[in-house]
Design a protein. Structure first.
Length: 109
């Protein structure tokens, strides 16, 4: 039996990042760790993909980042959700639920 992929489903990384930082400001490692923990190890985020996504989400105005010290006294960029990011998260979550329900119906039928 082959090992299942632990990559995040294409097109969902932005939504998962926005959801993670909607709870509290987080740095990249914290977001990656949260996604892996909440998915119970099903998903693992590539650090390079995460960095590119953070930059894209900042450019789009969905995240705001600032440099701070971590709990280990290291310097890291912490991200928080903007009002536009919250709206985008809500609409992308609705769309994801609509599409995943359609896929579930197709698999059942």
């Amino acid at each position: 039996m082959t090992e299942m992929s632990r990559d995040v489903v294409q097109g969902t990384l932005d939504m998962l990042i926005l959801r993670s930082v909607s709870l509290e400001p987080m740095h990249g490692f914290g977001v990656a760790k949260r996604i892996e923990q909440v998915s119970q190890g099903v998903f693992k985020v590539n650090p390079g993909s995460l960095l590119i996504a953070f930059r894209r989400l900042e450019r789009q105005g969905f995240l705001m980042g600032e440099w701070r010290a971590t709990e280990n006294n290291r310097r890291a960029r912490f991200y928080q959700l903007t009002a536009a990011g919250r709206k985008h998260l809500e609409s992308s979550t609705r769309e994801w639920r609509r599409r995943s329900a359609a896929i579930a119906r197709l698999l059942e039928g």
